[in-house]
Design a protein around this ligand. Structure first.
Ligand code: PGA
Length: 245
């Protein structure tokens, strides 16, 4: 079932999505969270840090799994997702870093990285809530448009459109890694609950097609129509094509 929430602004989107996560943390302090990086969730993480600072939630017993990581960027590289998570969330709350999992982009042994990541999720008991952003090409995690829905964690070649979109965060487009580890579509779909957030008109076409269009690996986020418990929180820009699709 898809539950769509349309928020007025980015801040409102961030607050409403954070409220959903805060409620889960209060009800299930030992929950397993699937986390995302990117520009979209920064406000949500700020809200979670605020709730933590106000004493409303604790991360002491929380376990996390991040969706993806670039191949070949050291953990302390400013654009690595390890670095992003420490900067925006992990180092600002009481989480035990040993309970946080981000694929090891520096390990070139693809089979080892991917099978270990899946095994760790399984052993933790599965993901209670998976947070997702969406690419303007409809990707979730780094599952790019293609001809199949990849099941498990795997290594992907990033598309030119993703490399171009992400180059804004690097000195030059040539510095953007061309490969990444990502949770698969199956990994994402096995989460008990999914929370997708999107803001800005640049995401409107992908959001409308993902929620209203045919389910196709050409638009990986469209698979979410088959998940039993999805909440989508959009700002007005990202929602602008939803009702006219
Ligand atoms: P963004 O990325 O939040 O930086 O727009 C989202 C995504 O590509 O999944």
């Amino acid at each position: 079932m898809l539950n769509i929430i349309i928020a007025a602004t980015y801040d409102d989107m961030s607050r409403r999505a954070a409220n959903i996560m805060t409620e889960l943390l209060q009800e299930q302090p030992h929950c397993i969270l699937g986390l995302a990086t990117g520009t979209t969730p920064i406000g949500l993480y700020d809200e979670l840090v605020r709730s933590y600072t106000d004493g409303e939630i604790s991360f002491a017993d929380v376990t996390t799994f991040n969706l993806d990581e670039y191949c070949g960027l050291p953990q302390d590289h400013p654009q690595s997702y390890h670095h992003f998570m420490r900067e925006h969330l992990f180092c600002r709350v009481d989480i035990n870093l040993a309970n946080t999992h981000v694929p090891d982009g520096m390990n070139p042994d693809v089979d080892a990285v991917c099978s270990e990541f899946e095994a760790e999720i399984y052993e933790a008991g599965g993901i209670d809530l998976q947070l997702l952003g969406i690419g303007s090409n409809g990707h979730i995690g780094f599952n790019e448009p293609g001809y199949v829905f990849p099941n498990n964690t795997h290594c992907v070649q990033l598309t030119q459109s993703t490399i171009k979109a992400n180059s804004r965060l690097f000195n030059s487009i040539n510095d953007v890694p061309t490969e990444a580890y990502t949770a698969g579509i199956g990994t994402i779909m096995r989460a008990r609950r999914i929370l997708l957030i999107a803001n800005g008109a640049g995401k409107a076409a992908a959001v409308a097609a993902a929620l209203n269009g045919p389910v196709t690996p050409q638009l990986p986020a469209s698979i979410l129509q088959f998940h039993p418990d999805v909440t989508v929180v959009l700002d007005e820009g990202a929602a602008q094509d939803y009702f006219t699709f």
